[in-house]
Design a protein around this ligand. Structure first.
Ligand code: HEM
Length: 154
C-alpha cells in the first residue's frame, strides 16, 4: 500500500499539470479567438486519463488501506474524527464529483460545434473540476489532514 499511496501522491501533480494546461489553452483560445486544436484536445484527454487513474488508485486506498473498515465500524465515529471524515467522505466525494465533471466536460466539448463554444465549455467544466480538486487535496498547510507534497518510502 506504500507504493499505491506514493503513486496517488505523485499523480496529483499530473492531474494539476494537465488541468492547468487545459485551462490555459481554453483561456488562450477565447482571448485570441483561435480554433480548437488537436493539442487542446490532447491536454484535456491527459487530464481525464490522470483523473481516471487517480480514481482507481483512490478507490484501492479507500478499500484496502483501512478506511473502509473504519466506515464499517460506524459512520458516527468517522464523522467525529476530522481526518477520517476528510478522507472517507469529503476528499472521496468531491474528487468523484470532479471526475464526473471532467468526463461530462469532454463529451460536451466534443459535441459542441463552434471553436469558441468548445473553449467556453472546456473552461467551464475543466475549470470547475480543477477548482474542486485543488480545494480537496490534503496540502501540507491543511492542519489536521496535512500530507506531504511528495510522499517518500519509509
Ligand atoms: C483528482 C483526484 C485525486 C487527487 C488529486 C487526490 C490526491 C490525494 C493526495 C495528494 C493524497 C495524500 C497522499 C499522501 O498521503 O501522500 C490523497 C489521499 C487519499 N485519497 Fe485521494 N486524490 C484524488 C482522488 C481520490 C478518490 C476519487 C478517492 C476515493 C474514492 C481518493 C481516496 C483517497 C484516500 C482514501 C486517501 C488517504 C490514503 C491513506 O492515507 O491511506 N482520492 N489523495
Amino acid at each position: 500500500m506504500q507504493i499505491v499511496l506514493f503513486l496517488h501522491s505523485l499523480l496529483r501533480w499530473g492531474v494539476l499539470l494537465f488541468g492547468i494546461w487545459s485551462i490555459i489553452n481554453a483561456l488562450r483560445g477565447l482571448t485570441t479567438k483561435s480554433v480548437y486544436t488537436a493539442s487542446d484536445n490532447r491536454a484535456n484527454l491527459f487530464f481525464m486519463i490522470c483523473c481516471d487513474i487517480q480514481l482507481l488508485i483512490g478507490l484501492a486506498l479507500f478499500f484496502f488501506n483501512g478506511w473502509f473498515t473504519k466506515v464499517q465500524e460506524g459512520m458516527g465515529t468517522v464523522m467525529k474524527n476530522n481526518t477520517a471524515r476528510f478522507f472517507t467522505v469529503e476528499h472521496a466525494t468531491i474528487m468523484i464529483v470532479a471526475w464526473f465533471l471532467v468526463h461530462i466536460g469532454r463529451s460536451v466539448v466534443k459535441k459542441t460545434n463552434s471553436d469558441q463554444g468548445k473553449h467556453k465549455k472546456a473552461l467551464l467544466f475543466f475549470g470547475l473540476a480543477l477548482l474542486l480538486i485543488i480545494i480537496s487535496i490534503p496540502w501540507p498547510f491543511r492542519a489536521e489532514v496535512a500530507r506531504p507534497l511528495l510522499r517518500g518510502f519509509h
